[in-house]
Design a protein around this ligand. Structure first.
Ligand code: FPP
Length: 249
């Protein structure tokens, strides 16, 4: 942090991360893919610690996409075991740091052991308010939007919702992220320059940051560097630079 001289008045409230490259990291070392995922847990700890240190309020991590169910059964099962184990190992530390755990996605599709660990950890951390750690699990942005459209349509049919009331804010309120502000910064590791069905509605104005680092190599200093780069970029929301200068005076 000292190395980066961050502006404490311009820390993003919400950072989202696509943690990618665990498999390639393991392959480079001649190890099984799960070795990469296991080492990826250390990077989750690094990112979370850095986020807490600088005052980020929401950190969303893409831990398992809906598409990830297509991976080999053994990898899925090892990932689920790792998730359960990590939650049990880390819950005391989450409490020490003031972390409230939350999830988005079809968590009810996860094995019962995972759901139990997540429910217990959410219950044990629910009073914490320093940062909310949102794990996206069995998450798909298109599915999330489809479910919101289904719900709104049913409410219109039942006379509970006026179709004229459907606007951007209302749609946001039907998404699983309704309690959180949109991310100001998205980080994706491993050199892939895609959004991969992650928070597509919520990322409309988000600064995208792609780094070549593979997720298990991601450290606190990488997180700070990305915040530093974010602070160097100007966010205009479709306005001109002149309009922004005027609205800041
Ligand atoms: C992507 O790398 C990573 C994942 C699908 C899983 C991420 C999971 C963890 C970091 C560990 C558990 C998480 C928590 C929150 C405790 P990849 O397998 O797609 O890598 P590749 O593109 O190199 O194959």
């Amino acid at each position: 942090m000292k190395d980066f001289n961050l502006d404490s008045t311009r820390i993003p409230k919400h950072v989202a991360i696509i943690m990618d490259g665990n498999g390639r990291w393991a392959k480079k070392k001649g190890e099984m893919r799960i070795y990469g995922h296991t080492n990826g847990v250390g990077s989750v700890r690094e990112a979370l610690t850095a986020a807490v240190e600088i005052g980020v309020e929401y950190l969303t991590l893409y831990a398992f996409s809906s598409e990830n169910w297509n991976r080999p059964k053994e990898e899925i099962s090892a990932l689920m075991d790792l998730l359960v184990q990590s939650i049990y190992n880390e819950v005391d530390e989450l409490n020490n740091k003031g972390v409230k755990l939350a999830t988005i996605g079809d968590v009810h599709f996860l094995p019962a052991s995972c759901q139990k660990a997540l429910d217990e950890a959410k219950e044990r951390t629910k009073k914490n308010s320093k940062i909310t750690l949102i794990l996206a699990l069995s998450y798909s942005s298109r599915r999330e939007i489809s479910l919101a459209v289904q719900k709104m349509t049913n409410e219109v049919i039942n006379g509970e919702l006026d179709s004229k009331a459907i606007n951007e804010d209302l749609i946001s309120s039907y998404l699983s992220t309704s309690d959180y502000p949109d991310p100001e910064l998205l980080i994706r590791t491993s050199g892939e320059n895609r959004v991969s069905n992650f928070l597509m509605w919520q990322l409309a104005y988000t600064e995208l940051y792609f780094t070549k680092i593979l997720w298990p190599d991601f450290k606190k200093k990488n997180f700070y560097k990305e915040i530093f780069d974010y602070q160097k970029r100007e966010r205009r929301f479709g306005k001109t630079s002149e309009q922004l200068i005027e609205s800041n005076v």
